[in-house]
Design a protein around this ligand. Structure first.
Ligand code: PMV
Length: 314
């Protein structure tokens, strides 16, 4: 049997992170320049149920049975086996690699889960519907996020722009005019669960103020969707700036993120904001074709450890 493989893209949240956990809409888009990839090869000489896993990016080389049930890879594989009612699959080797920066708000965990779930199901002769892939990935996301909204598993599974409201069916939307985003990495790894947990504590301490902030962020996401659908890209810049201010008020920005956001604006970005869980990880800047390179240089000069320039909707 030849090797089987599956890939899944990274993602960025354009608008609405954190507020999305509290029922507000958010917008996320796939970033196909970076991918997670999972490859399965059969091991005809292995005993049934034996699964050998290699994930060189995280120095992992072990058997499934040696991983704790709450290990994300174990949870993804076991999720597939349970949903297919297979206890002892034919022995196989699984290799996982990813070019998506880890713990940086680009959906690396979700992308790895989606790729693993799809390839393991394919090896077992099944193609799972996207809805099921997304639901299984959501279960794994709980390990990283605690109380995930579901936006990461959704955008990564469907690999298209999504307007996401927790608990509601996926909504996609038309990008009337493609636009360019420059993503800048602070190089600071920041687990989403910590930022999400801190926002929750702040909300519990002062529900009225935090709910007002969530509602303002939700309003921005709605306006951004209308602007994207209408091809009014210039309108997105000020909405990003406003969204960043509100994320600062939620306490999820950081000096490194603010520095990159300021540098991008000074280099001519139409708007900029942190993206994802915050406290570290990535920020995004809205560029036009003429100034994208200047923004990349400004981000690097301001300390970004990496940048990705991507076109949304092309
Ligand atoms: O995975 P990240 O860092 O892009 O963060 C996900 C976005 C949050 O809104 C902060 C959390 C969630 O579950 O939606």
């Amino acid at each position: 049997m030849p090797a089987l493989s599956a890939s899944a893209p990274g993602k960025v949240i354009l608008f609405g992170e954190h507020a999305v956990v509290y029922g507000q809409p958010a917008i996320a888009v796939p970033v196909t320049h970076v991918q997670a990839k999972a490859i399965v090869t059969a091991n005809p000489r292995g005993t049934a149920g034996s699964v050998h896993i290699q994930a060189p990016d995280i120095d992992l080389d072990c058997y499934l049975r040696d991983l704790a049930p709450e290990n994300p890879l174990a949870k993804a594989i076991n999720g597939v086996l349970t949903s297919l009612s297979i206890e002892h699959p034919p022995a196989f080797n699984l290799r996982v690699t990813s070019s998506i920066p880890l713990a940086s708000g680009m959906g690396s965990g979700a992308a790895i889960s989606v790729a693993v779930i799809r390839v393991v199901a394919a090896f077992l002769g099944r193609q799972l519907p996207d809805e099921q892939v997304s639901a299984l990935t959501y279960e794994v996301e709980k390990i990283y996020h605690g109380t995930p909204s579901g936006i990461d598993n959704t955008v990564v599974t469907y690999a298209m722009p999504v307007y996401f409201i927790k608990g509601q069916p996926i909504q996609t939307f038309a990008v009337n005019r493609p636009f360019t985003i420059v993503i800048g990495n602070t190089g600071v790894r920041s687990p989403t669960s910590v930022a999400v947990g801190d926002v929750r504590k702040n909300w519990q301490a002062d529900p009225a103020s935090f709910e007002a902030l969530f509602a303002q962020i939700g309003e921005i996401a709605q306006q951004a969707r209308l602007a994207i659908e209408a091809g009014q890209i210039e309108a997105l810049g000020p909405l990003m700036d406003e969204n960043h201010k509100l994320l600062q008020a939620l306490t999820v920005s950081s000096p490194e993120l603010d520095q990159l956001v300021d540098a991008a604006r000074q280099a001519g970005a139409l708007g900029a904001k942190l993206s994802g869980g915050g406290r570290g990880g990535n920020m995004i800047a809205l560029a036009d074709a003429a100034n994208a390179q200047a923004i990349v240089q400004a981000l690097i000069d301001a300390g970004a450890t990496g940048t990705i320039t991507t076109a949304v909707g092309s």
